[in-house]
Design a protein around this ligand. Structure first.
Ligand code: NAD
Length: 329
């Protein structure tokens, strides 16, 4: 089965080549992102394998279907970037990887918290310059702090377990409460109350029409002064320009982002020789209490291997008429 992987990086090639060794799949790797302009590259490929910043709107799907594609195999859990109604209309099946390593993402969220709190990004630069002073590096004990978990599915639960280990009090918001969180002693609250009571808020819900800009000017104002916000979910969960005002006033004390609303045009490419055209991102990067990583929370060896294995299994089962992990509109 001819399969084209868009947006594939060298680490994708390694994990997919390893995982496909004993399969009948014929994998082709393409570093280009899938857009209307690059969709023609998939002509004659029955399976297109896409990642989070590939475009899968109706126009792109129409072009893929016209070129003979019948399956979209997502290498991600999230599918907010796929026009599922258009896929259904065009007879394109869509499969995803519902879980690969919730620990990878949860641990990255914790890494952001730790680095922001203890100013590791500043300390790293300082000691390398021979500056061994400590001013401005004062952190706080995580023990006893209140952590709000927004979205308590697999990643939110893994994150909550780690924070419980630090001795944090857990608050949670999710339309479907998770018994694992209750077992950790978490209290489920409505979102405004969670925001009011938390020292740290971490977002782990999917991007939907209900969660777009869940964190906005009003919700930022309801946070405790000096609170920390972590987003490893999806960029558009947060109204990004509103973050700048909250950081400038000092009301938002710390910000850790692994995802950015406009990341599709930026992330996963080396743009270090080019002027940064995105003024919102450029301003965010000037704050000393902000750390931005370029959608790397998933990037562990274990997660990459699991993504490759499940994606290939999804394709093989679909070809055998026993589709699994289908995404429906
Ligand atoms: P999951 O489906 O296990 O959990 C999502 C949870 O969010 C569910 O419990 C659901 O009830 C809850 N939810 C739905 N609507 C909500 C709302 N309006 N408010 C609060 N909670 C809501 O998914 P998961 O595997 O835990 O992944 C969560 C998200 O993390 C994904 O949707 C994806 O966007 C993101 N993600 C990011 C990375 C990364 O590399 N940064 C990697 C994987 C996933």
């Amino acid at each position: 089965m001819r399969t084209l992987l868009f947006s594939s990086q060298h680490y994708d090639q390694e994990s997919f080549t390893r995982a496909s060794a004993d399969t009948p799949l014929d994998l082709h790797f393409q570093s280009a992102r899938l857009t209307l302009d690059t969709a023609a590259l998939a002509h004659g490929f029955e399976v297109v394998c896409a990642f989070i910043n590939d475009e899968l709107d109706s126009q792109v799907l129409e072009r893929l279907a016209a070129g003979g594609t019948r399956l979209i195999a997502l290498r991600s859990a999230g599918y907010n970037h796929v026009d599922l109604a258009a896929a259904e209309r065009l007879g394109l099946a869509v499969v995803r990887v519902p879980a690969y390593s919730p620990h990878a993402v949860a641990e990255h969220a914790v890494a952001l918290i730790m680095a922001l709190n203890r100013r590791l990004h500043r300390a790293y630069n300082r000691t390398r310059e021979g500056d061994f002073t400590l001013h401005g590096l004062t952190g706080f004990d995580l023990h006893g702090k209140t952590v709000g978990v927004v979205g308590t599915g697999q990643i939110g639960a893994a994150f909550a377990r780690i924070m419980a280990g630090f001795g944090c009090q857990l608050l949670a918001y999710d339309p479907s409460p998770n018994p694992q969180l209750l077992a950790l002693g978490a209290r489920y609250l409505e979102l405004p109350e969670l925001l009011r009571q938390s020292h740290i808020v971490s977002l782990h819900c999917p991007l939907t029409e209900h969660t777009r800009h869940l964190i906005n000017q009003a919700s930022l104002a309801s946070l405790q002064p000096g609170a920390m916000l972590i987003n490893t979910g999806r960029g558009a969960l947060v109204d990004t320009p509103a973050l700048i005002d909250a950081l400038k006033s000092g009301h938002l004390g710390y910000l850790g982002l692994d995802v950015y609303e406009e990341e599709a045009q930026l992330f996963f490419a080396d743009r270090s020789d080019l002027p940064l055209q995105d003024d919102v991102l450029a301003r965010l990067l000037t704050f000393p209490n902000v750390i931005i990583t370029a959608h790397q929370a998933f990037l562990t060896r274990e997660a990459l291997d699991a993504i490759a294995t499940t994606t290939l299994d999804n394709i093989i089962r679909w070809a055998a008429g026993k589709a699994q992990n289908l995404v429906m509109s």
